[in-house]
Structures are given as C-alpha cells and as structure tokens.
Design a binder for this molecule. Structure first.
Ligand SMILES: [Zn+2]
Length: 258
C-alpha cells in the first residue's frame, strides 16, 4: 500500500507593515506536487502602498542596481585584465575603431602598418574594446614579448599558446620591431597563426589583428631570417587585409596590397 502525505500549507498570519502598521495579507501560489495534488505555498506579503514602504522598496531596488553595476564593472575589469591589453590602452578610443571592430567581428583579419605615432596600437585596442563589449574573447600580445615567451617550450608556453589559438580575436602588436627572433620562436609564431588558420570555421573565423611598422612584404625578414619568417608573411597575406596607417586607404574603406 502506498501512503501519501499531503503537504501541509505553511502560510503565516498577516503581519503589520513596519512603516505604517497596517496588517498585510500573506500571498500564496498554488504549486503542484505530482501525485499528491496541489498545495498553497507562501509567497511573501502583499506590498504596502504607504510612503515609507514605497521609499524602502525604491531604496532596495537602487541598492540592487548599484550592486549589479559594480559586479558588471568587476567582470569588465577581469575581462580587461585577462585580455592582456596594457592598462594605458584600456580606455582607448579612435575615430576608426567602430569600423575596424566591425570588420574584425565579421571575421576579417587586419594588418595595420605605418610609422610610429600613427596610432596603430590605439586603434587596435579601441577596436578590441568594442569587440570585447560585444562579447568577443580577445587576447593582446606584444610581438617581442610573445616571441621571447616562445623561446622555451614548457607547460606555461603550451597554455599560453592554447589560449592564443582559442580566443576569438588575437592581436599581435608591433610585429617585426626587434629584428630577428630565434628560429624556434619564429617557428612557434608561425604555428600559432597556422593553428588559428586551421581551426577557423564560419561560426568561429578566428581573425587576427597585427600592427607593424613594416608592410607585410618586409616583415618576414624582420621576424626571422629564413623559412619561418616567409611562412608567417605568407600566412598573414592570406588571412589579413593590409591597411596602411597614413590613413587615406582606410578612410576610403579599401585595403591595399603591399
Ligand atoms: Zn505601510
């Protein structure tokens, strides 16, 4: 024999409003308990309409909004921190940022090149911030530091590389700056670009954004003498639009081969 125990409704008595003393009725909802039928379940007291109670609810709501805002800010700070974008660029803005972000969001890689002082890194970071606000996972790596980090190969490097392959958008800043890297590091950099290239799908196009003082045709020899530099340059040519930062072409919306 099956014994079922009907749940006892546990609905408290009315209670007085703490602001005006008026008795407030308990509210209940009907809840189904499977085979046992339905039961009334307590769901809080009726809200009081007195001035004190209304003000208290408004104060509570404002507090909740402040807490949500603070949590959102903290999340954003953590996102910024883990992106690797340098602190001084975390508020970067640039007139072309939205346009570049649009292109990156669409999955197109971009190679920004031009002399120092043309705002390449500012533009790259400003666009990255827009992409991040739109939910893209971004990793920012300074090329020289990245190449230094790739000289040795261990668990730390493996994790770093995996995160750089996995992220939605990879930014490599100032490629070609410090002359030749070690052949091994250059090879690893090629692997990184190549892994992203091989992992891309229509849903996850894995664009890269490179900034450099040199056009793509010159960057090969600056990254590494020999095969890896050429392989990197060739991969970049396949996966990025070259945009010179003298400005003219970008303003016209085009991308020029160099
Ligand atoms: Zn009241």
């Amino acid at each position: 024999m099956r014994i079922t125990t009907r749940r006892r409704p546990s609905v408290p008595d009315p209670k007085p409003c703490e602001h005006c003393g008026r008795l407030l009725a308990p509210r209940t909802v009907e809840v189904e308990f499977g085979m046992q039928g339905t039961s009334e379940v307590f769901a809080g007291w009726e809200p009081c309409g007195c001035e004190g109670a209304v003000a208290a609810r408004a104060e509570w709501e404002a507090g909740r909004e402040r807490a949500e805002h603070a949590a959102e800010e903290a999340r954003w700070e953590r996102t910024l921190e883990s992106s690797g974008i340098p602190p001084r660029y975390r508020g970067a803005t640039h007139p072309w940022a939205a346009r570049l972000a649009g292109r990156l969001s669409a999955g197109d890689g971009v190679y920004l090149h031009g002399p120092n002082g043309t705002g390449k890194t500012t533009l790259a970071c400003a666009a990255a911030l827009i992409c991040m606000r739109n939910g893209m996972g971004v990793k920012f790596a300074v090329a020289t530091k990245l190449l230094d980090g790739l000289r040795e190969f261990g668990d730390g490097q493996r994790e770093l590389l995996e995160s750089l392959v996995r992220c939605d958008l990879l930014i490599v800043d100032d490629l070609g700056k410090e002359g030749a890297a070690t052949p091994r590091a250059a090879e690893k950099l090629f692997d990184l670009f190549n892994d992203r290239y091989n992992a891309q799908t229509l849903a996850d196009p894995k664009p890269i954004l490179v900034t450099s003082n040199f056009p793509r045709g010159e960057v090969a020899a600056r990254v590494s003498q020999g095969g890896s530099g050429l392989a990197i340059a060739s991969r970049l040519k396949e996966t990025t639009y070259a945009v010179p930062m003298d400005g003219e072409d970008w303003r016209k919306g085009g991308a020029r081969e160099r």
